[in-house]
Design a protein around this ligand. Sequence first.
Ligand SMILES: Cc1cc2nc3c(=O)[nH]c(=O)nc-3n(C[C@H](O)[C@H](O)[C@H](O)COP(=O)(O)OP(=O)(O)OC[C@H]3O[C@@H](n4cnc5c(N)ncnc54)[C@H](O)[C@@H]3O)c2cc1C
Length: 390
Amino acid sequence: MTDTVHDVIIVGGGIMGCATAFYLAAADDRLKIAVVEPDPTYEKASTTLSLANVRVQFSLKQNIQISQYTLEVLDSFEEDMIVDDQKPRIAFRTEGNLFLVDESNLSAAKEAMALQAGLACRVEWWAPEKIHQVYPLYKTQNILAGTFGCQDGHLDAYGLLMGYKAKSRSMGVAFTKDRVTAVRRAGQQVTGVAMQSGQKLLAGIVVNCAGAWADQVAHSVGIDIPVVPVKRQVFVMDTKIKLQGPLPLTILPSGLYFRTETGGLIIMGKSMPEDPVGIDFSWDDKRFQDILWPELAEFVPAFDTLKLMRGWAGLYAVNTLDGNAIVGEWPELKGFYLANGFSGHGLQQAPAVGRYISELITGQPLSLDLGIFSPHRILDNKPLSESGLV
Ligand SMILES: Cc1cc2nc3c(=O)[nH]c(=O)nc-3n(C[C@H](O)[C@H](O)[C@H](O)COP(=O)(O)OP(=O)(O)OC[C@H]3O[C@@H](n4cnc5c(N)ncnc54)[C@H](O)[C@@H]3O)c2cc1C
């Protein structure tokens, strides 16, 4: 078996891998790029198991700017990704995000909103009366305010993924169905990957886009990154009361979130400290019955009669240092790039991160400097602070 030579190998063909492949191919059409993905059905990829929400409501300037770029990209995505007259459909619906505020997050919410306003984001501060007026089902007794982002919304994650994938394939990117078993190195330089099939690919640049499996990929080349897979559960309910219009993604100060879903359904979840670390896709209705439903029904009493239709579990790739992305070349191994640790906001970060990685690799001027997310901060133990993690 002869080893195949590429310029760049991307490990993992989820949204991060496909977006990175697209922006690389767009930046330099001479690059020979391969994406290695073991499961083209994406059954367990976080991308297809996500809630696919996009929001400008973050508290770190660069996270806000990343989302602003995403909104720009989404605006013309279906046109830009046409391949052979076929348009991907991403069904982006700007139904808004409403972050609720109580004593516990009041000052963080004010600070975040001031920053968002300074960056020309369309986010409004709503008093409880306004929240009740717009969403009369909500019981706002313990709520001091809400921040409503009208640009925020959700889309079809699979459509977004397939859009990037089909376009990058049409631009010459090779997609290989295989699993990377080891990233290979010679001293301080990456040299390629070994795969489950026994085949090897050679390249001076390898990008780790393996999502919740990113630590395994890094570990295979002797690098420890603080990224762990954490199970998150999502529940879908049919409520007795039928709503006239959509509800925004509504996030309670406790972290419980819900929104309307197509077909008159409600979709909800909550990240909890006891969520287990590990590759585990089981979900249990006990959590829904015992914890989530009572909390939801307290805030929306009209939802006290509902039926759990289904649920699922997906994995957050959690950066245990600070919950934020780790993006850039690993300082101690030339050619080994990371796009990892996106927790619950990686889908919306893929366009800006993919473009940034492509600019780092090709040496082009940076459209948006994401150096703040550099892996250097892992080695220096310098966490970032973002109050808008869900
Ligand atoms: C329940 C839930 C809700 C979420 N909601 C949102 C949201 O509303 N908005 C948002 O922006 N984000 C959300 N996220 C987060 C978002 O889904 C992720 O951050 C994003 O999809 C990460 O993309 P990725 O390409 O890094 O990972 P993935 O989509 O998981 O892709 C990684 C790929 O790597 C492959 N792989 C693994 N190991 C190897 C290997 N050894 N060799 C080759 N390939 C390998 C896997 O098969 C997989 O397809 C949510 C996540 C979950 C779980």
